[in-house]
Design a protein around this ligand. Structure first.
Ligand code: ATP
Length: 236
């Protein structure tokens, strides 16, 4: 197991948003976490990346307890998040944005190699490499956010709503690239409201409802589960 979460409870002040959640991500997997607005998907990601401290429970990464490890040190250990809403630096060029993703690294040759890999994965970013991040389209900004996260050479890539606000064709492209990144060896935990795409690409998935995991299974099992179909796939 690369990531193991046990009975994790997270709160904003006195408001508990995640109640005793347990889940795991094995090396090489794409795991999808699906759920409605406000179910606690982003909160779970914040707990894993260390932006929100655990109230109770444990988080293990690569066999080590990281429950109390600072967010920046979790990046160094190999957990990297591409945040919801993209968070591209608007005044910086595409290349400068990508460079920011490698800020924890010193291996120049490795960084250059990863930059080339990202620009190959996203030819559109290569075309626009000198353009300011803020002038990119929504889909391009999403690509840039994913590319920037890859520049940290993560063992575990956390993707928060990569399809948010994008046109169907762009969503397919983004998911194709996510699949390719996984096939190149990166483990991925994906939070999505687009359950159809996420589950059809994921090895396994979890369904989160009001801060609790209510269902888990393979991507295919969940895609064909009647209650998941009705609640998240718009099929009665
Ligand atoms: P969405 O897709 O809308 O982002 P989500 O599943 O990611 O939904 P979260 O953002 O994790 O949901 O929110 C889970 C719960 O925590 C919600 O009830 C939300 O109102 C609450 N919450 C989120 N952020 C905060 C905050 N900063 N302060 C207080 N409560 C918060």
């Amino acid at each position: 197991m690369l990531l193991e979460i046990e009975d994790l409870t997270l709160a904003y002040g006195r408001i508990e948003a995640l109640h005793s959640v347990s889940l795991h991500v094995d090396e090489g997997e794409v795991v999808a976490l699906i759920g409605a607005n406000g179910a606690g998907k982003t909160t779970t990601m914040r707990g894993i990346s260390g932006l929100l401290p655990a109230k109770t429970g444990k988080i293990r990464f690569n066999g080590e307890d990281i429950t109390n490890v600072r967010a920046d040190l979790r990046v160094v250990r190999g957990i990297c998040q591409s945040p919801e809403g993209r968070g591209v630096f608007p005044g910086m060029t595409v290349l400068e944005n990508l460079d920011m993703g490698a800020y924890t690294r010193k291996d120049r040759a490795g960084i250059a190699e990863d930059l080339e890999r990202v620009l190959t994965l996203f030819p559109r970013l290569r075309e626009r490499r000198k353009q300011a991040g803020g002038t990119l389209s929504g889909g391009e900004q999403q690509m840039l956010a994913v590319g920037r996260a890859l520049m940290a050479r993560p063992k575990l890539l956390l993707l928060d709503e990569p399809s948010m606000g994008l046109a169907p064709m762009v969503i397919r492209q983004i998911f194709d690239i996510i699949t390719e990144i996984n096939q190149q060896g990166t483990t991925i935990l994906l939070v999505e409201q687009n359950a159809q795409q996420a589950l059809s690409r994921a090895h396994r998935g979890y369904v989160l409802e009001t801060g609790r995991i209510v269902k888990e299974g393979t991507g295919q099992d969940l895609l064909h589960d009647p209650s998941v179909k009705e609640a998240y796939l718009g099929v009665a």
